[in-house]
Design a protein around this ligand. Structure first.
Ligand code: TRP
Length: 450
């Protein structure tokens, strides 16, 4: 069955497998590492509320839009557009997607490498007690080291490559069937544990009672939008690529809502887990990207059996990162495999190597290349900002216009597989008017503010 057809497409074995893989793509470092620090910096509950509104109003409808293009096109990010809109420039959306995917995985694999290294430190017991100088100094020494992080980043990418090389059903689907249920169990355990801590209520208040004065800050909207796109994996055709491997009989709308809600639930549970801990130990929630690498280890250290909790947490973080990295790698692999005539296995190694090389820059940006900065942002921050706050919303906007305006209304509805007439009308109104307008306003405001 792993025999490829002319366009190089194998298929998900089941719709459930597809759903798990799409959920695996969505749930990742974005829900735990990125969500915690962005929410922490952008005011907690205010951010959460705007984020939830964006997920429901724009994110889930756009996820369906992306799935529709892939399922109807049945090809990679670029090929699907070429097939549905021959002799137009629409396929550039797919090219931008492939580039975006390569960029995201470049820095994503750096942070995933940190997570793998932390896991190793917990397994060997090194981080069970505070290292000399504290966890902050240990983290700094670690990320500024020019060599060691590259080793862990490479190791993480190798695992990702080994799985993606095996293909959709035998590689990605099989891995997610194990990763996702395990992830769900670990996460619920961790959040439940967080709720038992003293001071949990303060963390919950930070996360759930909004500060109304912060609703006027345009930056919070941009951050919430970028986070919604990043977390749902939309805007660069990664979900499009996954849906292209669906069988005709597997319907889209239920899967879309399932993925959207589960991803959001995971973000909220991760928020509970992180902020209950942060507040019960009196730490500042605005600690930025190192939040889960500095704060959580100090918290684990002061807990009974904290070392075991540390192992569980970093297993969870690494598995979540891996299931997302699979989708980020599959995106360029599908494209390279079809267009450049490489076998799937070769395409995986080629894409993985390009990503590793770019990722080296993101990693060194913390140490020997830390002088390379734009507005106080290092290379990793720049890659993250450009992708999450520019490429993803732009890709989402283009796909909304493609399905909403370029395709006929009948085709759009048919591809979306929405059956209820009222839902068809709502979805069309969102992708034709609401999403483009909101996206344009936010993107323009942020450009003017820059
Ligand atoms: N959604 C993942 C996370 O939250 C990251 C990710 C995977 C992604 N695939 C993507 C982001 C495609 C944007 C586009 O960690």
């Amino acid at each position: 069955m792993s025999q490829q057809s002319g366009i190089g497409h194998d298929q998900w074995k089941s719709r459930f497998g597809f759903m798990l893989a799409a959920m695996g793509s969505a749930v990742g470092l974005g829900n735990i590492w990125r969500f915690s620090y962005v929410a922490g910096e952008s005011g907690g509950a205010t951010f959460l509320l705007i984020y939830l509104a964006f997920v429901l109003l724009i994110g889930i409808p756009l996820l369906l839009t992306e799935f529709s293009i892939g399922k109807a096109g049945k090809m990679d990010a670029v090929g699907s557009f070429k097939k549905l809109a021959p002799n137009t420039k629409w396929h550039l959306t797919g090219i931008m997607g492939v580039i975006g995917g390569i960029l995201i995985l470049s820095f994503y694999s750096v942070v995933s490498g940190w997570s793998l290294f932390y896991l190793y430190q917990y397994i060997t017991g090194s981080f069970w007690t505070e290292p000399d100088g504290g966890f902050g100094a240990a983290f700094d020494a670690w990320i500024t080291n020019p060599i060691a992080p590259l080793f862990w980043q490479a190791l993480f990418l190798i695992v990702t490559i080994v799985i993606v090389r095996r293909g959709i059903g035998a590689g990605i689907e099989k891995a997610n069937n194990v990763l996702m249920p395990a992830l769900a169990l670990l996460m619920i355990f961790m959040a439940g544990y967080g709720l038992t801590l003293d001071g949990a209520s303060e963390g919950l208040a930070f996360l759930f009672s909004p500060d109304w004065s912060k609703f006027g800050d345009p930056n919070v909207y941009l951050m919430a939008l970028g986070q919604a796109f990043f977390s749902l994996s939309i805007g660069i055709c990664g979900m499009l690529t996954y849906s292209s491997y669906l069988k005709d009989k597997d319907k889209l709308p239920a899967a879309t809502v399932g993925v959207g809600l589960l991803d959001t639930l995971f973000a909220v549970i991760a928020g509970i887990m992180v902020f209950t801990a942060v507040f019960s130990f009196g730490v500042e929630p605005q600690s930025g990207p190192p939040l889960v690498f500095i704060i959580l280890p100090s918290i684990f250290e002061s807990m009974p059996a904290g070392g075991v909790i540390g192992i569980i947490f970093f297993v969870l973080l690494t598995m979540a990162a891996l299931s997302s990295a699979l989708s980020l790698l599959e995106l360029p692999v599908a494209y390279i495999h079809r267009t450049l005539g490489f076998t799937r296995k070769a395409a995986t190694v080629i894409a993985g190597s390009i990503i590793f090389v770019l990722g080296i820059a993101a990693s060194l940006g913390f140490g020997i290349w830390s002088h390379i900065q734009v507005n106080g942002n290092n290379i990793l921050d720049i890659m993250d900002n450009i992708t999450a706050n520019v490429i993803l919303p732009l890709g989402g906007l283009l796909m909304a216009i493609f399905v909403g305006w370029y395709l006929t209304r009948e085709k759009a509805v048919q591809f979306s597989e929405i059956e209820t007439p009222i839902l068809q009308v709502i979805w069309l109104a969102i992708i034709r008017f609401i999403a483009p307008i909101v996206l344009l306003i936010i993107m323009i405001t942020s450009l003017l503010g820059m």
